[in-house]
Design a protein around this ligand. Structure first.
Ligand code: TXA
Ligand code: MG
Length: 319
């Protein structure tokens, strides 16, 4: 199968309607989408990604009214968050209605649902008469794609079409929150900072698991990983230099570290902006993975705002 890249919503629509998976842009990372209500189409996603069936998929819709078609109820705090942050990098776990196949939720009672903030994909969703199940469009365990070319590099000849919406604006996956027992709990740090959520609904728990777990089965300890060895360097920047030679690559924040050739270093944000750093993270991991360096060091980022999601991804990448 030859994979085409383009901006043609009707081409994407045609493939999706015939049950084929399509790469789609969102504001976080590119997704590998299929008709969420068609089990055969959903099975294609698992097979193209090499994804285990125990890992459920996020369902994408274009409005809050659409969400209501697929879930039993939206708790008041969840509604507040959707109203404030959607479309945007917010995924909420809600009790599913029967129309959502068990395959999508890996047999769990709740479905993960979100409204992605990308004009092409929102328009596509409006034109379809079904929601889209979409995990990140990378082979299971590898770095998530933030451009159509990243998707192409890994899934070419496995899918018919990639809808090209340019580089994603946020760059890390959506934040996942659930409301079990009326207790708001963040299960995945992502593009919507915990501080922003707390400004709207008050204190939330953050429960990030480091192994396979029943709540968000995809949060494996090792994930988002380059093929090369990646380590986090929590000590002062300058200490990296003591290991330094031409075979070491560095992911840095706003300053180069001493002792390592600059050409092997990537600054995620020269102006020290954590949002910009998040946006550049996965492309940096990819480019060092494809370069000549033998190992990769990443500095630890400030533990605030999107810095928390960046540190989470680096931790999993280094496992
Ligand atoms: O930003 C994003 O969320 C991107 C874009 C494409 O929308 N999608 C994404 O999907 O990151 P994926 O499949 O790579 O990660 C989804 C995570 C997994 O950790 C999965 O286990 C969890 O969400 N998840 C999905 N459905 C769930 C459910 N019903 N209950 C608990 N966790 C769920
Ligand atoms: Mg993923």
């Amino acid at each position: 199968m030859k994979t085409e890249i383009g901006k043609d919503i009707s081409a994407a629509k045609k493939f999706l309607e015939s049950g084929e998976p399509v790469g789609i842009p969102t504001e976080t990372v590119y997704g590998l989408a299929a008709n969420a209500l068609n089990e055969d189409a959903v099975l294609e996603i698992f097979s193209v990604k090499n994804r285990p069936h125990f890992d459920p998929l996020i369902v994408h819709v274009f409005s809050i009214a659409e969400i209501e078609k697929y879930v039993e109820e939206i708790p008041a705090k969840a509604k507040l968050l959707f109203e404030k942050f959607s479309p945007g990098p917010l995924t909420v776990l809600l009790k599913k209605k029967k129309v959502i196949p068990d395959l999508v939720t890996s047999g769990l009672d709740s479905v993960a649902i979100r409204i992605p903030n990308h004009t092409l994909t929102l328009e596509l969703l409006k034109q379809l008469d079904f929601p889209l199940a979409a995990p990140s469009a990378n082979p299971f365990g590898y770095i998530s794609p933030t451009t159509a070319q990243h998707v192409f590099a890994q899934l070419q000849n496995k899918i018919p079409y990639i809808l090209d919406g340019g580089a994603t604006s946020i760059g890390v996956e959506s934040t996942i929150i659930g409301f079990e027992n009326n207790e708001p709990t963040v299960y995945r740090l992502g593009g919507l900072a915990v501080e922003e959520i707390e400004n709207v609904i008050g204190k939330v728990r953050v429960e990030l698991t480091e192994s396979a777990n029943p709540k968000t089965p995809g949060m494996l300890k090792s994930h988002y990983a380059p093929r090369k060895n990646l380590k986090i360097w929590a000590l002062g920047h300058s200490d990296i230099g003591t290991l330094g030679n031409t075979t070491t690559g560095v992911i840095a924040f706003d300053k180069y570290v001493d002792g390592i050739e600059k050409q092997n270093q990537i600054l995620l944000s020269a102006k020290g902006d954590l949002n910009e750093a998040a946006k550049n993270l996965f492309a940096a991991m990819r480019s060092l993975d494809e370069s000549d360096v033998e190992k990769i060091f990443a500095v630890k980022f400030p533990d605030e705002g999107l810095g928390r999601a960046i540190n989470d991804r680096l931790n999993r990448a280094s496992s």
